[in-house]
Design a protein around this ligand. Structure first.
Ligand code: MIC
Ligand code: SF4
Length: 646
């Protein structure tokens, strides 16, 4: 049978289940990524499983989110813990200062045809070199490090057929913004986006990685490009051509859906506040005054991206506009070194751009919060309300080309009005220096794992009782993000301290939520469509669990968050009849009984005691998920099995 790329990789890695659409399969994971904001929990969970050495081909622990170490010992303690626990258990450790996990993984480790699981939603970046790379909660990654399979629903595969070639000043970011415009932030749920067509050849690996990275904003399981001559060239330039293999769809391979994009007709695009799918052509809002421009994040921080900004500045002979504050955060140390050697960095600094550390930085609200009511243009992937740290500001997502045009003029500007597009060559050899990636210890028994006071023990969930009762503690609308549930920014340093971090739950929506939840002994959360979209942070399940949340009833869920709720023993449930959402009010007293038997069927009966009505809820769990929920979460379930091979 002719196979597409997704089928080829999945079939080569399937260890359980049938490869039929919609059914659950278990796949072997070749490589894992963790980052510091999710990694401390993932490693505490890995330790709790009692596995000595990781069983993957490669596991890397990156420090890139909380590198600032401001206001106390917390970040630095976490780094120490991560470094020692990695050394002890066979994991490579990428030190703070080495760069953003996705950029580095693409540069140094990603391999065509392999599987990668990462405790960060933008793990699909490595799909740019033909990997099947997926984001997941830290606990799923911990299980994969222990050699356990990763379970996923066999996806629909969408072919994104690219024809023609991008015009000057139009770049990869515009392709993914166009897809978001067409499909919305929930248009990709349950799907893998596979890129094909003759237009693929004109895109370099950094271009492809921008697209696969931001496929996460479609809610997609992942996105993948073929591995071709461009991939070989990139891996050759990274000094690892031996990692290259050709990977393409067979002639006549079938797809569940085909989407066509004519590259030559695309124009510069921009996502307006406060959702990545609120996309328009730049020309539609040209002239809007801009207060801040930020270039960077795992979407657009490669050498290619920064050079296009530097070269555009140089060619224009202009500086950053007096009314604009502009920052640049490079993706990796390799990018910084290459930019320094090529002179591009000097051009950026001469233009008045402010150079930040090569980390996530402003993307996750770690610095550069814009002024009140500001317009901030960012080459990032998320513009959720408040994510920048300033609730009244609006973040707009755009390409580096659109960002530099606005930095020069001080208003949203179509970069095509600037004249000739930046010309520069991508290197045939990148600067390779892995000295900030520390290998695991040769004598693991001698390593003592360092645990500072910020590292609090994992909260434990009990087995599921037969009935759950409690109040609706909050009623929410559509597209609630994990940033709404457990915000980042100044809260980030408490990622290893669940009791403290739990104080942040829904704080921007209801500042008293955590006290209310604890006083009520827990209860239920009511959500609309696509509940839990955005990041993979399992804290968005773990902290509500700590506050006693028993179930989240919503119209639909984002993939990773739904798995995270199950993993922590909170019931994600949907309405049999979505109109029932309107009949439940904030504060209503709810009861779900007969759970142990009920979970073996499709439907559960919810009693709304306050309104005196009943309704059917659907759980949609696989038998494995039912067992996890009954055990009180995946950690208990895995321990009960006595293996990480769950
Ligand atoms: C994000 O971009 O929201 C993050 C911070 O990288 C998260 C992970 C986290 O919350 O630690 C993600 O995308 O998964
Ligand atoms: Fe870091 Fe932002 Fe990428 Fe998340 S989206 S990994 S915060 S750069």
């Amino acid at each position: 049978m002719a196979k597409n790329i997704t089928q080829k990789i999945l079939d080569a890695h399937t260890v359980s289940g049938e490869p039929t659409k919609g059914s659950e399969i278990g796949i072997r994971i070749d490589q894992t990524i963790t980052q510091d904001a999710t990694g401390t929990m993932a490693f505490l969970q890995f330790e709790a499983m009692g596995v000595d050495q990781v069983k993957t081909d490669l596991s890397v622990s990156y420090v890139d989110h909380n590198t600032l170490q401001y206001g106390g010992f917390e970040n630095a303690d976490d780094h120490r813990y991560l470094q020692t626990v990695a050394a002890k258990h066979g994991v490579f450790f990428s030190r703070p200062g080495n760069g953003i996990c996705h950029q580095i993984h693409l540069e140094r480790f990603g391999k065509p045809g392999g599987t990668l699981l990462g405790s960060d939603s933008h793990t699909p970046t490595s799909g740019g070199v033909g990997m099947l790379a997926m984001g997941a909660g830290g606990l799923d990654v911990a299980v994969a490090m222990g050699g356990g399979a990763f379970s996923l629903t066999y996806p629909d595969v969408v072919l994104v057929k690219l024809t023609g070639k991008l015009q000057p000043w139009v770049s990869a970011k515009d392709i993914i913004l166009e897809l978001l415009r067409r499909l919305t932030v929930k248009g990709g749920v349950g799907k893998v986006f596979e890129y094909g067509g003759e237009g693929v050849a004109s895109l370099t690996v950094p271009d492809r990685a921008t697209i696969t990275n931001m496929g996460a904003e479609l809610g997609a399981t992942t996105s993948v490009f073929p591995s071709d001559d461009a991939t070989k060239e990139f891996l050759q330039a990274q000094g690892r051509v031996e990692d290259w293999t050709e990977l393409k769809a067979d002639e006549g391979a079938s797809y569940d859906e085909v989407i066509e994009i004519e590259l030559n007709t695309l124009e510069p695009m921009i996502a307006q506040p406060h959702m990545p799918d609120n996309v328009v052509k730049v020309t539609e809002i040209a002239g809007l005054k801009v207060d801040q421009v930020c270039v960077g994040s795992c979407t657009n921080s490669s050498y290619r991206d920064l050079m296009s900004v530097a070269v555009a500045f140089k060619a224009s002979g202009k500086k950053v506009n007096n009314e604009v504050s502009m920052t640049v955060s490079p993706g990796s140390r390799q990018v910084v070194e290459m930019m320094s050697r090529s002179g591009g960095l000097a051009d950026l600094i001469a233009a008045g751009a402010r150079l930040l550390e090569n980390t996530c930085g402003p993307c996750i609200g770690n610095g550069q919060s814009p002024p009140s009511d500001a317009v901030s243009l960012r080459t990032f992937n998320r513009n959720f309300i408040g994510r920048s740290g300033t609730k009244s500001a609006g973040s707009y997502l755009c390409s580096p080309e659109v960002a530099v045009a606005a930095a020069i003029t001080g208003v949203v500007t179509d970069p095509r009005t600037l004249g000739d597009a930046p010309q520069f060559e991508l290197p045939s050899e990148y600067a390779i220096d892995d000295s900030m990636i520390i290998s695991p210890s040769d004598a693991p028994a001698e390593i003592e794992v360092s645990r500072g006071p910020n590292i609090k023990p994992l909260p434990i969930q009990n087995e599921l009782p037969d009935s759950l009762a409690g109040k609706v503690l909050i009623k929410l609308g559509d597209n609630i993000t994990t940033d709404d549930i457990t915000p980042a920014g100044t809260w980030l340093k408490y990622r290893s301290n669940v009791p403290k971090y739990s104080e942040s739950v829904f704080c921007a929506i209801d500042a008293d939520f955590h006290t209310k939840a604890q006083a009520a002994g827990g209860g239920f959360v009511l959500g609309g469509e696509n509940y839990g979209q955005g990041s993979s942070r399992e804290h968005a399940a773990l902290c509500p669990m700590f506050l006693g949340i028993k179930g989240v009833i919503a119209k639909s869920f984002a993939r990773i968050h739904k798995d995270n709720l199950v993993n922590f023993g909170i019931l994600p449930l949907t309405f049999d009849n979505p109109a029932d959402y309107d009949t439940i009010n904030d504060g209503d007293e709810l009861e779900l009984g007969g759970l142990k038997d009920g979970l073996t069927g499709e439907k559960l009966v919810l009693k709304n005691i306050t309104q005196g009505i009943e309704m059917n809820l659907l759980h949609g769990y696989t038998p494995r998920q039912v067992d996890i929920i009954k055990a009180g979460g995946k950690l208990n379930y895995t321990k009960n099995l006595g293996t990480a091979g769950a």
